[in-house]
Design a binder for this molecule. Structure first.
Ligand SMILES: [Fe+2]
Ligand SMILES: [Fe+2]
Ligand SMILES: [Fe+2]
Length: 334
């Protein structure tokens, strides 16, 4: 694919995606907005990931190439760069508003306004680029050069570190990883493969405990200090839930220990035990929602960047340690 086609294709994808915002904007206007808040977050993160990467690639690959070939293009290219700056500012605003909306500290109206502004500025910008860039590229590049740029485009990785993940995103991805481990454990267990089931369980249990400990030790004290907790966001609730999870974790570990591969009623025991797992998953799910909707968004909003960094590092370290020691937990010699 030529770089011109690449540009056109991405522009077209962006147009289609923002065309679908109509119903989202209506929903925001009608003031319902429970689901809208989630969509808003999704769209904001799509912009941060995809649209912002596109702008960066254009600047690093297309604009700089054109400018090298023809200095007189500087001004026209500068106009495009200025558009990019404005789009980036709006994207940052959207990301911030998106989670504020989820928290209830931003109104639908604010969100709707910035989404609308972003949409028309983006469409306007794309139209001008579509009118300006392909003719220039066709005029200035041979087909081999076009090919070379296209390869560069596809292999481009942003130089600047991407904006750091928020704590909410980090916690969300760790919980998704934990849930996947739990499911894999259940797959092995229902396969009556006890060796595999135990190995995965050890890793899962270590990971979950390490994660909760890191939250209790580093995140909770900061959260407590911030005050002004919304309903369902009392600090004591989070540590109580961690204790509840830990208790269930222990009892499930005990059950797993008691299973024997030679037991003729092994399958029956496993099936009967599934109830407990569902209860456990339910408990974790609730806890995760509370963390994702209240605990971490508040930390993301109000904690200092130093504190956030320390919390993020602790969460990552806890995950890495579980990865490393998953198969040979301390104090357990089975
Ligand atoms: Fe573009
Ligand atoms: Fe968590
Ligand atoms: Fe937690």
């Amino acid at each position: 694919m030529s770089v011109i086609e690449q540009l056109r294709l991405e522009h077209e994808q962006f147009r289609q995606r923002v065309a679908n915002w109509d119903d989202l904007l209506v929903e925001l206007e009608s003031g319902i907005g429970t689901f809208a808040a989630l969509r808003v977050k999704e769209e904001a993160s799509w912009i941060c990931d995809e649209v912002m990467l596109h702008l960066e690639r254009e600047e690093a690959i297309v604009f700089s190439e054109l400018q090298n070939r023809d200095q007189e293009l500087s001004e026209r290219l500068q106009n495009f760069r200025d558009d990019h700056i404005r789009l980036r500012q709006l994207a940052n605003q959207m990301a911030e508003l998106a989670w504020k909306r989820q928290l209830g500290t931003a109104t639908n109206d604010q969100v709707q306004k910035v989404f609308k502004t972003f949409r028309w500025q983006l469409l306007d910008h794309l139209a001008r680029e579509d009118g300006g860039l392909p003719p220039l590229l066709m005029h200035l590049l041979s087909s081999e050069e076009d090919e070379r740029l296209s390869l560069k485009w596809q292999s481009y990785r942003p130089e600047k570190a991407l904006p750091k993940k928020s704590l909410t995103e980090l916690n969300g991805s760790i919980h998704a990883w934990l849930d996947d481990l739990l499911l894999r454990h259940l797959e092995a267990l229902t396969d009556l493969n006890l060796v595999e089931a135990r190995a995965i369980w050890q890793k899962f249990a270590n990971a979950l405990l390490n994660h909760s400990k890191a939250e209790d030790a580093l995140a909770l004290p900061v959260y407590e200090r911030l005050g002004n907790f919304p309903e369902g966001g009392q600090p004591s609730l989070f540590s109580a839930e961690h204790k509840g999870i830990e208790r269930m974790l222990k009892s499930l570990t005990q059950r797993l220990e008691n299973l024997s591969p030679n037991d003729p009623s092994l399958r029956r025991k496993v099936v009967i035990g599934l109830d407990k797992y569902m209860l456990f998953r339910h408990l974790i799910e609730h806890h995760t929602l509370r963390e994702q909707n209240i605990f971490f968004p508040i930390l993301d909003e109000k904690a200092s960047s130093d504190e956030k960094e320390r919390i993020a590092n602790a969460l990552k370290a806890a995950q890495e340690e579980a990865e490393r020691t998953g198969r040979k937990p301390k104090g357990d010699d089975r």
